[in-house]
Design a binder for this molecule. Structure first.
Ligand SMILES: [Mn+2]
Length: 247
């Protein structure tokens, strides 16, 4: 970013009209006179960087679970989980890695009953964190999609940060349990995410006989679709990705 800033500045200097450059050379504008302008320029750039930081921390406490989520949409896929549901952590790791999103999720929940509340509430809190981190969506790509195979399995995930919740999930699981995890809960996770991130999400497992492969392709494709959707599009800078003017 500092490199881009420097290029931006010197690029602008380069485009100054000839008479300005000549007066600078003549000494009409000694360099110290530019100090306030340069300071303002870099302060502006800095503020823009700070404001553009797409991170969020959300804490959500109920009588069933206490969940803390930190994310950075412009991360490198660093992931830290303390949830107590290993298979869910394995799947969340796919979102972080393939979405290039830094994620730190901690949860204390009523796992002595079952994983249900924890899985649903992690989905809800993650959705809230996304909603917070994307801000006003200006310059955002908005749509994302991905196909991911894993051996015999193939899944497609399509997402739209439309501001409206909607989930279409079609995954014909071949088993009811995977890694000690009830496969019904994946729908709960995604429904929780969708309701709070306010996205339209279409999940289709197109092929697959191994349940672990089926769901892993879904989470990897979800991570990649997220990455595409939240990526800032330079040509859309400052614009809403909608003719409505808001999302
Ligand atoms: Mn796996």
């Amino acid at each position: 970013m500092p490199v881009i800033t420097a290029y931006g500045f010197f690029g602008a200097v380069d485009r100054l009209p000839g008479w300005v450059m000549q007066s600078i050379r003549r000494g009409a504008y000694p360099p110290w006179r530019f100090a306030p302008i340069m300071a303002a320029f870099f302060r502006g750039q800095f503020l823009e960087l700070v404001m553009a930081e797409r991170t969020a921390f959300v804490e959500r406490n109920t009588l069933e679970t206490q969940v803390k989520v930190s994310i950075n949409l412009d991360g490198t896929g660093k992931a830290k989980f303390d949830i107590g549901v290993p298979f869910l952590e394995h799947m969340l790791d796919q979102i972080a890695r393939h979405g290039q999103i830094d994620m730190d999720i901690q949860s204390k929940g009523d796992l002595h009953i079952d994983d249900h509340h924890t899985v649903e509430d992690v989905g809800i809190t993650l959705g809230q964190a996304f909603s917070k981190a994307i801000g006003d969506k200006k310059g955002m790509t908005r749509y994302g999609h991905s196909y991911v195979p894993l051996d015999e399995a193939l899944s497609r995930v399509v997402i739209d940060f439309s501001g409206r919740p909607g989930l279409q999930m079609h995954v014909p699981f071949t088993r009811a349990v995977v890694g000690g995890f009830d496969v019904d809960l994946f729908q709960e996770f995604f429904q929780g995410f969708v309701n709070h991130a306010l996205v339209s999400l279409h999940i289709d497992n197109l092929r697959g006989t191994n349940t672990h492969h089926q769901i892993e392709t879904v989470f990897k494709a979800f991570g990649r679709a997220l990455r595409m959707a939240v990526t800032l599009d330079e040509r859309m800078a400052g614009q809403m990705p909608s003719t409505k003017g808001c999302l």
